[in-house]
Design a protein around this ligand. Structure first.
Ligand SMILES: Cc1cc2nc3c(=O)[nH]c(=O)nc-3n(C[C@H](O)[C@H](O)[C@H](O)COP(=O)(O)OP(=O)(O)OC[C@H]3O[C@@H](n4cnc5c(N)ncnc54)[C@H](O)[C@@H]3O)c2cc1C
Ligand SMILES: NC(=O)c1ccc[n+]([C@@H]2O[C@H](COP(=O)([O-])OP(=O)(O)OC[C@H]3O[C@@H](n4cnc5c(N)ncnc54)[C@H](O)[C@@H]3O)[C@@H](O)[C@H]2O)c1
Length: 450
């Protein structure tokens, strides 16, 4: 057994690295361990590579929107292999860079799968370690699916590494992963189908704007089957027959690829948390609001593997990693501030949200002024040929404060950040409207939305 550490961090993703760097820089003896190359989901298998592929889709879409308006898209197309190489130009250097950054902060970097052996001990591929504290930042993994042939579906990581994109692609689930990837696939020449068991996909987003997104998707060839369950998947000669069921009707869909977009669960199964006396569920480690395990004082958790009020998103993972680190360093009980954290589904165009949904605001008893605007005809959309765009801003009538903002349109994934800041600072709609934006920028539409 090696000597005592102040902290061992499990998982070198956004949450783990933020915490390890902070505690290492503060002079603690810190080690971090990952079973995979350093970088975690966001940088290697999620947000960043996804948005590089999306760039290809944006260019195709932008050119098509300008057809007959001075641009001839001709046979403009995505070269999938080259786009993938462009993606690897970003992802390949990440593990080295991240490890160097950690070493620079005095953090020891370990490689292998960690597994608890007691409340203050764990082993990494057979080597034992002891620490005063642990931060579990192990992230999430695709939810195990139980229908026959579920193992024939590839996951989001596999999709982001595809060497070639086949023509027919079926996505299981109507969430972030399926919508984002289907929008990329359609612009790359595929015919995507999204199969969702619910009546309303992207449930965390404004239903009116999601319906506009679905209609926009239909226009580019993204099909959606609602209230439809997957019964089974079977493979014959490299193609797949997917049996689906809606109500009492059952039918089959032929496809070349099946992609898992049916949600993710905390990646805790291999950690042997029972040995450390740590309570957990599919949502993550059960923690107090200050991110300490409710059943083991030596263990903290952050990011996708912590069961908190924060959504499983990168900005949340970073905030939680930093707050957990600060609480451990100071023996304090600070609570992460989740106010005003925006989220976007990076379809083309994107749908974005910050703060409350209209239904949440009304259920919470707010007297809500719902300011809905169809911005499809506005200058900023006319300029680029987009006709499908809208915004819904929720203002509390009692004090003028912004309760929520919901946007669907090009560049609105940037515009949403202004609303996030306004909600975090508790600004009123009038105060936000007092901002002067560069003109003509999408930011200059803000005043008119309020
Ligand atoms: C396809 C996709 C796209 C996404 N796009 C976005 C986006 O655009 N914006 C956004 O905000 N969020 C996005 N997300 C979510 C975001 O990636 C996650 O919320 C974020 O990366 C979580 O960070 P984390 O540090 O909690 O976990 P992770 O980054 O997943 O890191 C966990 C690490 O722990 C390691 N690990 C697990 N178990 C062990 C063990 N036993 N021993 C050693 N190491 C272990 C794993 O190998 C992994 O590297 C996306 C997710 C996916 C899947
Ligand atoms: N842009 C982003 O921020 C971004 C992008 C991708 C992923 N993520 C994160 O990753 C998480 C996982 O994403 P996701 O898209 O896999 O999940 P999700 O939770 O967004 O959506 C899953 C969907 O699958 C449906 N579903 C579940 N089981 C099903 C089944 N058997 N058959 C048919 N439909 C089924 C659900 O009803 C739901 O609509 C997200 O919650 C998000 O936090 C974020």
């Amino acid at each position: 057994m090696s000597e005592n550490y102040d902290l061992i961090v499990i998982g070198a993703g956004m949450a783990g690295v933020a915490a390890a760097n902070k505690c290492g820089a503060a002079g603690w003896r810190v080690a971090i361990v990952d079973a995979l190359p350093y970088g975690g989901t966001c940088a290697l298998r999620g947000c960043d590579p996804k948005k590089i592929l999306r760039r290809g889709a944006e260019i195709i879409d932008s050119a098509r929107l300008m057809q007959g308006k001075g641009i001839d898209p001709g046979d403009l197309s995505i070269n999938w292999a080259d786009l993938m190489a462009h993606k690897r130009g970003f992802t390949d250097p990440v593990p080295d860079k991240m490890e160097k950054g950690l070493l620079g902060n005095g953090v020891e970097t370990l490689h292998g799968a960690a597994r608890f052996t007691g409340s203050n001990t764990l082993e990494v591929d057979g080597t034992a370690y002891r620490s005063e504290r642990f931060l579990v930042a192990a992230g999430a993994m695709p939810r195990p699916l139980s229908f026959t042939g579920a193992d024939l579906a590839i996951d989001s990581t596999d999709f982001l590494n595809l060497e070639a994109l086949p023509k027919r692609v079926l996505f299981i689930g109507g969430g972030f992963v399926s919508f984002e990837f289907a929008h990329i696939a359609a612009r790359a020449g595929a015919n995507p189908i999204i199969v969702d068991r619910g009546a309303r996909p992207l449930r965390g987003f404004d239903p009116d704007l999601v319906e506009m997104l679905i209609e926009r998707g239909t226009g580019i060839g993204v099909d959606l089957m609602r209230e439809t369950e997957i019964v089974s998947v079977a493979e014959t000669n490299g193609a797949f027959t997917v049996e689906v069921k809606s109500g009492d009707q059952t039918w089959t869909v032929e496809t070349d690829l099946v992609v898992h977009g049916a949600g993710r669960v905390a990646a805790l199964a291999d950690l042997n948390l029972e040995a450390a006396g740590v309570d957990y569920s599919d949502k993550g480690i059960v923690v107090a609001p200050h991110l300490q395990s409710t059943t083991s004082s030596a263990v903290y958790a952050a990011g996708d593997s912590a069961d908190t009020d924060g959504m499983p998103l990168t900005p949340v993972a970073v905030i939680e990693g930093k707050v957990a680190a600060s609480n451990m360093l100071k023996d304090a009980q600070a609570v992460p501030d989740y106010a005003g954290i925006p989220t976007a589904v990076f379809t083309v165009p994107e749908v974005a949200r910050v703060g409350m949904l209209e239904s949440e605001a009304k259920d919470a008893g707010h007297d809500v002024d719902v300011r809905f605007t169809d911005t499809g005809g506005w200058y900023s959309n006319y300029r680029i040929g987009e006709t499908s765009a809208a915004a819904k801003v929720l203002v509390d009538k009692s004090n003028g404060k912004i309760l929520g903002a919901h946007l669907f349109g090009p560049e609105y994934g940037e515009l949403i950040n202004f609303f996030g800041l306004a909600i975090k600072l508790g600004l009123t709609a009038k105060q936000l409207r007092s901002m002067t934006a560069a003109y003509p920028s999408v930011g200059s539409d803000l005043g008119s939305l309020l």
